[in-house]
Design a protein around this ligand. Structure first.
Ligand code: GLU
Length: 452
């Protein structure tokens, strides 16, 4: 059995997009499972649209995803060989040069190379889609090079796949119509025809094709939003492939073990960002607190500097973030929004503090805050939310038993004094994160406002 060799061939004309990342993943899984070799070939023949930053991004994102190639090539390194193959085809009378008006400027002429198309019916067995046959007459003598030393994709890809001994080509379904051209070229050049597997496209929720150029469909965009590579791998693997069963979460090595091209679906796979976020939340929750904080990267280095006490608070906030945030960017937004009260003393207004005060029981809010103060003094530093609740909740229960303002008469001023907000984590969690000493100082500040 010949060793399996696959390749991905991204063009550096945009940031690595979702579709290509998934093609890379499927090729990687297929190859690693078979113990084969995985090649990354940068298809940099389109000098006008190529950019070094896109190539750098392709390397960076693939490394971030853990999809490491065994060999890397640039198509442009093989120019001389492409020209050699063009010459062979011309010498054998299988291709010819033709003077034609340039497409972009018809006043100029160019000397393109066209393949002499024998007009055969080309058939191949796609590993996903089965038998495919194509009458190539309609393709005519198609262009294979802009000039003898400027090959087009069709020629370059066929020559490189041959020279790199590629055995399996896994690529997007949008390339199906290119395959007959490639097979004609392989026949003309006396090359092998590798096995083909065309995987379904990724569609948007309205079933339109996912754009290759939009930033929102790039891997970079999701990395910047704080999606974990584990999550993106897990999500992409299940986008158009189904291992069977109900299991939802897989690591890359687990996927390598179970991947099977025959379970790739034929229909388009619909991208669902909400699902991606929920898969991400799973992997965020699976991180140790240290790894979570490393990924969180907050406050942004250089922008803010944290004291040891603040670091301690941030660490205590991790369970809350794990519970609520679906991405690290959401977690950062929470820290600078609804959770900002953890790091800075909130401004509080007398009127809102008194929101639960009953007109016929003046002073009840202040009394509640005073008993809360006493109770807070009894709590040790490092108190858990559960213990804080066990100590403080009875004060609210007692208020309810009295049948006046209910629990809210105690819990509201506590929550507001601690957070300055209507929506905040529950006050016991806040006491635990802030520590009883700081909670006490905030409650006393509220009492002072009522006294002032
Ligand atoms: N360069 C092509 C692309 O980025 C891939 C071509 C191929 O896989 O044959 O879609």
């Amino acid at each position: 059995m010949t060793a399996i060799i696959t390749r991905i061939a991204p063009s550096p004309t945009g940031y690595l997009h979702f579709g290509l990342a998934r093609t890379a993943l499927f090729s990687y899984l297929f190859t690693r499972k078979a113990g084969g070799e995985f090649i990354l070939r940068i298809e940099d023949t389109d000098a006008v649209r190529n950019k070094p930053e896109y190539e750098a991004d392709i390397f960076e994102e693939l490394a971030w995803l853990g999809l490491n190639a065994d060999h890397r090539f640039r198509q442009s390194e093989h120019r001389a060989r492409h020209t050699e193959c063009l010459r062979i085809l011309i010498e054998k009378n299988l291709a010819y040069e033709s003077e034609e008006p340039a497409k972009d400027d018809p006043s100029k002429t160019v000397r393109v190379v066209r393949l002499k198309n024998p007009g055969e019916t080309v058939a191949f067995t796609d590993l996903i889609r089965g038998e495919i046959s194509f009458d190539t007459t309609e393709l005519g003598d198609f262009v294979i090079a802009r000039s003898i030393d400027d090959p087009l994709y069709h020629l370059a890809v066929v020559v490189d796949d041959e020279d790199e001994n590629v055995t399996h080509i896994i690529r997007g379904e949008d390339h199906i119509s290119n395959t007959p051209r490639h097979i004609l070229l392989q026949r003309a050049l006396g090359f092998r025809t590798p096995a083909y597997a065309h995987i379904p496209l990724i569609l948007m929720s309205d079933r339109s094709k996912m754009s290759k150029r939009k930033h929102e469909s790039s891997v970079k965009h999701y990395r910047e939003q704080g999606i974990l590579p584990e999550a993106l791998i897990n999500y992409l693997a299940l986008l158009g492939w189904n291992p069977g069963g109900e299991r939802e979460f897989y690591t890359l090595p687990e996927l390598v073990d179970i991947f099977d091209l025959s379970r790739v679906q034929k229909g388009g796979a619909v991208f669902d960002e909400v699902k991606l976020f929920s898969v991400n939340q799973h992997w965020m929750r699976a991180l140790s607190d240290n790894d979570f904080l490393t990924n969180l990267n907050w406050p942004t280095p250089g922008v803010g500097q944290f004291s040891q006490a603040e670091d301690e608070k941030l660490r205590k906030t991790v369970p809350l973030l794990k519970e609520r945030a679906r991405t690290f960017s959401e977690a950062r937004d929470m820290l600078s929004g609804e959770l900002s009260c953890i790091f800075s003393v909130p401004d509080i207004e007398r009127d809102r503090l008194l929101a639960k005060e009953l007109p016929d029981h003046p002073g009840m809010t202040k009394t509640a805050l005073e008993s809360l103060s006493e109770a807070l003094k009894s709590l040790p530093e490092g108190v858990s939310p559960e213990t804080a609740k066990e100590t403080l909740m009875p004060l609210a229960d007692a208020e309810e038993a009295k049948g006046k303002g209910g629990r809210g008469a105690v819990l509201w001023p506590l929550r507001y004094a601690l957070s300055g907000q209507e929506r905040s984590p529950d006050p016991f969690t806040l006491v635990s994160i802030l520590g009883p000493a700081e909670a006490l100082s905030r409650v006393q500040k509220a009492i002072a406002i009522l006294e002032g």
